[in-house]
Design a protein around this ligand. Structure first.
Ligand SMILES: C[S@@+](CC[C@H](N)C(=O)[O-])C[C@H]1O[C@@H](n2cnc3c(N)ncnc32)[C@H](O)[C@@H]1O
Length: 407
């Protein structure tokens, strides 16, 4: 019936998940405004209505955004090369425990294990995926159903893993930028927090005092504040995750891929509006209050804070570089000989070339940062990482000019 359609109802057609909206509206009515971290935790991870907890496919060409493993299996192949270097640096142990957190569709695990299997090295690769959400776990199990080279196990959390004497590598791609963030702003020289309120039939920002002293301590530890009038995101879960990950490694490495920057660049005064982005059908948006539970929310990672959290938990920073630099050094250019010069068919050549361009794109996946940390391994030089940047100092003191890392 036409008259039942209210043309002034701004929620209509917005694509929001009504159940999730109702949950959030009721929560705000009873508890008051939510921190943005609470809102984002519900939007992405509500057990029944969250973006990542429902069965819908989110990552890939047929989803909302693309990640490196979904571009081409060569990404997993190159990550496998890095893992082989770690294995060599660990003295070629007979078993190496690989732990991947936030494995998405399971594509990286599949491609890493296929490459390692073909290499037939004298090592047993024990692969564990940390996946708290049953729908994502089922998808990963489907992807990995034919995996013949290693036994893959699943666990709900890093904390649930039994301690192991086996050398370990903890691996993640775009996990930390998917953890809930607080939103803050600096006004009149003071740190304020941006909450989520519901009034007059809409969700909107509401400014107030910080919800936790941890937020002020976060910036005190960095010795900086975002610029006057700027908003920014604070991911308190990322350094906590780093401490948990460090606890899983008695001897070994952490390999962390994520969008982000050192703190000096992330909280630079020219970055007026933070880095929060929303993704739906491969389009980036900036309104977190539409398509709640049906669009991705993400914010850049502060690599200074996570490197320091790692250092305090016994991890040495060994490398820090962009994906473009590292994949190039790992040999992405190999196998791109023009079709006339080798046996490569034209179609395969074009696919490989397009994949390399996408994975190295300095305005896209190529600007992802890669952090390598080690425990009990000394300070080895890594073949794919520029030695000058391989220190904690480099992460802490590399201010970048405006625009270089703009989202
Ligand atoms: C941005 S996606 C990246 C997926 C995948 N790594 C890729 O590259 O395609 C982030 C994933 O991390 C998962 N995740 C979020 N919190 C997590 C946690 N505490 N432990 C493990 N996975 C988590 C989410 O469910 C989601 O699948």
């Amino acid at each position: 019936m036409l008259s039942s359609v209210d043309p002034w109802d701004s929620q209509q057609g917005s694509g929001n998940t009504p159940e999730l909206e109702r949950v959030l509206i009721e929560r705000i009515a009873s508890e008051g405004p939510l921190t943005f971290a609470e809102f984002m935790a519900a939007a992405l991870y509500h057990p029944r209505h969250g973006y990542y907890t429902t069965a819908a496919r989110r990552i890939g060409r047929d989803g909302d955004y693309i990640t490196s493993p979904e571009v081409h299996p060569v990404f997993g192949g190159l990550v496998a090369r890095q893992l082989v270097e770690f294995w060599e640096l660990l003295g070629r142990p007979e078993a190496l425990s690989l732990i991947e957190a936030g494995a998405g569709n399971g594509t990286l695990a599949r491609d890493v294990l296929a490459t390692l299997g073909r290499a037939a090295l004298p090592v047993r690769w024990d692969y564990t995926i940390i996946e708290p959400h049953p729908a994502a776990r089922s998808r990963q199990q489907e992807t990995l159903a034919g995996t013949e080279f290693a036994r893959v196990r699943w666990a709900d959390s890093l904390a649930a893993l039994p301690p192991t004497p086996t050398p370990t590598v903890v691996l993640s791609n775009e996990l930390l930028d998917a953890l809930p963030v607080h939103r803050v702003a600096v006004l009149g020289g003071a740190l304020r927090e941006i909450y989520v309120n519901y009034e007059d039939g809409r969700f909107h920002d509401r400014e107030g005092p910080p919800s936790s002293p941890e937020l002020e301590r976060y910036f005190q530890a960095l010795g900086l504040l975002p610029g006057e009038g700027c908003s920014a995101e604070v991911n308190l879960g990322a350094p906590r995750w780093m401490v948990e990950a460090a606890a899983c490694v008695r001897r070994g490495f952490l390999l962390t891929f994520d969008y982000g920057a050192p703190a000096a660049a992330l909280f630079a005064p020219w970055r007026r509006g933070g880095t929060l982005l929303c993704f739906s059908h491969h389009a980036a948006g900036q309104d977190p209050y539409v398509r709640i539970g049906r669009q991705d929310l993400t914010a850049h990672v502060d690599f200074t804070t996570i490197a320091r959290a790692g250092r305090d938990a016994g991890l040495e920073t060994l490398g820090f570089a962009t994906q473009a630099e590292v994949l190039t050094a790992l040999g992405i250019g190999e196998g791109l000989a023009a079709p006339g010069e080798g046996t490569l068919a034209l179609e395969q050549y074009m696919q490989r070339r397009a994949a390399a361009v996408e994975l190295l794109d300095p305005a896209g996946l190529g600007r992802i940062r890669i952090l390598v940390q080690g425990k009990g391994v000394g300070e080895p030089l890594l073949r794919a990482f520029p030695p000058g940047a391989a220190t904690l100092h480099a992460i802490e003191s590399s201010p970048e000019p405006p625009g270089k890392d703009a989202p």
